[in-house]
Design a protein around this ligand. Structure first.
Ligand code: ADP
Ligand code: MG
Length: 621
């Protein structure tokens, strides 16, 4: 007997079910054309409808009505033809983009994009107000949140949101921020192809280890192909390819073009044009199931045959296959290396697409799930894992910020770069900078700046009892182990003596999203300054090494160096020492060079004398 009574439809949750499981975290596919929410219930991932509609898809469209009233979804979509200036779509294309990034594609948008400053993030003007793409996506997410709360009858706070695998940090951060604006705690930004694999249960079993997956995603306006590999429970993106202006819209356009020619249509009236487009989309969808379509606009019958549609769109399909080939080449793989092909996006419902992709990869494609729900269904599975409901599944993550240690002169030496996958283990060898050094401080930092002083300190320890050796001789190995829960263990060992010391740092993620974002922005703003700072520290380190060996050289060779030579060497060394205290790296480098030019012949002479002494020794023996 079932323990709980649960509506089979994604309806209100019964009280018993709520208390029986962990916290509810939703999965959200924030799409270019359509968005949707899914949850795991009773161990199964399901897309959620709204209380007012059976449709799980919410068009990613916003309409700005009178008195600043914003509507989202189907209600907004109807204004695309009647009030285009106040109706926004494809907002996802602008996420995390600067005006410079979108200048080439601007004419494709029906609405106004504003540039205040070339490097700044774009804004969109509607009526007299300016909106960032983050705010706009925030409105879509808020609408999704309210819709699902109304349907489930409980508040939703936490979410996993998906993004294309090729999204950069700015775009991912923008997506997180949009979630925050909608009042959501975004626990994870998940790659859409990874979510798609999870939806098909690929990556949840031990035997999936080492498998290679191709995710073919043809949506409304974009095409993405991603090649993934599952390695130690982690989805690694081997390559991505695609076309940001190739999608279902182009198939609609092919039908519009055909009708325009066949029926000699005049598309100069924007409302009529929009109606033809909508009818073309309807025709396209019907042709996925039948051979013939007839529709009509104001008594005018418009027809198309499936066979004709196929011949008109062959080249579009071929372009996606060319991208698949490039993605394979970039990953240095052949079609035979692919273990699973997954179909994602509403446009993969078209039989021509399925057939062509199956033939290209030479295998049966995974298409049993609803293609426009796949991404959300997978996001819900990841959310369920995070909620602690799927114990044996490994958490998939990457490091949000670089981890490293302080080296001579306060430089940050990155050991695990940011966006590295976890769990991970990295080791690196160091040595001492001072003769007879007995202790070595290992200070661990997190952040993107070149100087540790600008980064965040996580902890430090001292490796003690290194046997006294000249500088540069000890072999010190520093190992970083970062586990799937974000716990960092740092171990230092001196290989000649076997001394060893380690610490465990748990608070790696004890940093808020805002702090993290600030640190990243900070590193970008200071990139140039950091480069200069690093060059100065490196010049100083080099100078100090030269000084150390010069003083040693003078002492070891005083028996034969002339008075004049000793004075000159000391003078050049003093000059160098003085320049090290200043902040001019070029001055330091010139002093180093002067000293090197003068000391080089002396070093040769010293070498000759030492060889002579050694030879003499041999003879005596
Ligand atoms: P996105 O990822 O861009 O948000 P979706 O995955 O929701 O987009 O796909 C939307 C596209 O799928 C639209 O172009 C729509 O016309 C198309 N589509 C939906 N159903 C069908 C169908 N049955 N046949 C062909 N195309 C379809
Ligand atoms: Mg999509």
């Amino acid at each position: 007997m079932a323990k709980f009574s649960i509506d089979l439809k994604a309806g209100n949750l019964k009280e018993e079910e709520k208390s029986s499981r962990g916290e509810l975290i939703v999965g959200i596919d924030l799409g270019t054309t359509n968005s949707l929410v899914a949850i795991v219930r009773d161990g199964k991932s399901v897309a959620v409808t709204g209380p007012d509609s059976k449709n799980v898809l919410v068009p990613s469209v916003l309409h700005f009505g009178p008195q600043g009233k914003i509507t989202v979804g189907d209600d907004a979509k109807q204004y695309l033809s009647s009030d285009p200036a106040n109706t926004l779509y494809s907002v996802k294309r602008l996420m995390g983009k600067s005006y410079q990034d979108v200048s080439e594609i601007e004419e494709r948008f029906g609405y106004e994009i504003i540039d205040e400053d070339e490097d700044k993030l774009v804004k969109v003007r509607v009526k007299d107000k300016f909106y960032t793409p983050i705010e706009l996506s925030g409105h879509i997410l808020r609408a999704l949140k309210q819709r699902i709360e109304a349907e489930l009858g409980e508040p939703i706070q936490k979410a996993v949101i998906t993004v294309p695998a090729y999204f950069n940090d700015a775009q991912r951060q923008a997506t997180r921020d949009a979630g925050k604006l909608a009042g959501l705690d975004v626990l994870r930004i998940l790659n859409e192809p990874t979510a798609s694999s999870l939806a098909y249960g690929i990556g949840l079993k031990d035997e999936d280890e080492g498998q290679t997956i191709a995710v073919y995603d043809l949506g409304g306006g974009t095409f993405d192909i991603s090649i993934l590999r599952i390695e130690q429970g982690i989805f690694e993106v081997l390559s991505t390819n695609g076309d940001t202006f190739l999608g279902g819209d182009d198939f609609d356009q092919a039908i519009v073009d055909y009708w325009t020619k066949r029926y000699d249509l005049d598309l100069s009236n924007p409302v009529f044009r929009a109606r033809v487009r909508l009818l073309a989309e309807e025709a396209k969808k019907e042709l996925s199931n039948q051979d013939h379509f007839v529709g009509n606009i104001d008594g005018l019958a418009l027809e198309i045959e499936h066979g004709y549609f196929v011949s008109q769109t062959k080249s579009l399909v071929q372009r996606t296959l060319d991208s698949c080939q490039r993605a394979l080449s970039d990953a240095e793989l052949s079609k035979n290396d692919i273990d699973h092909v997954i179909m994602v996006g509403g446009s993969t419902r078209m039989p021509i697409v399925k057939k062509a992709v199956g033939e290209f990869f030479g295998q049966t494609v995974n298409d049993s799930l609803d293609p426009d729900q796949v991404v959300a269904l997978g996001a819900a599975i990841q959310a369920d894992v995070l909620a602690g409901n799927q114990q044996d599944v490994l958490l998939l993550d990457i490091t949000p910020l670089s981890l490293g240690i302080e080296t001579v002169g306060g430089l940050m030496d990155v050991i695990i770069p940011r966006n590295n996958k976890v769990p991970t283990r990295v080791g690196r060898k160091y040595t001492t900078s001072v003769d007879g050094q007995k202790n070595l401080k290992v200070a661990v930092f997190q952040g993107e700046r070149d100087m540790v002083a600008d980064n965040r300190k996580l902890g430090e320890f001292v490796l003690r009892d290194i046997p006294p050796m000249p500088a540069g001789i000890p072999q010190i190995e520093i190992q970083f182990y970062l586990d799937a829960d974000g716990i960092l263990r740092v171990k230092a060992s001196e290989n000649r003596s076997g001394t060893e010391q380690s610490i465990t740092i748990k608070s790696q993620y004890g940093i808020s999203e805002e702090e993290m974002a600030l640190m990243l922005i900070d590193s970008l703003n200071h990139a140039e300054q950091d480069l200069a700072g690093r060059a100065l520290v490196e010049a100083r380190n080099e100078a100090n090494n030269v000084l150390l060996s010069t003083r040693k050289f003078i002492k070891n060779n005083e028996s034969w160096l002339s008075n004049e030579q000793s004075i000159a060497l000391n003078q050049l060394a003093d000059n160098l020492e003085k320049s090290v205290k200043g902040g001019d790296k070029d001055a330091i480098n010139s002093r180093v060079q002067e000293l090197n030019i003068y000391s080089e012949p002396l070093a040769h002479e010293a070498l000759d004398r030492n060889i002579a002494v050694a030879m003499k020794g041999k003879v005596i023996e």
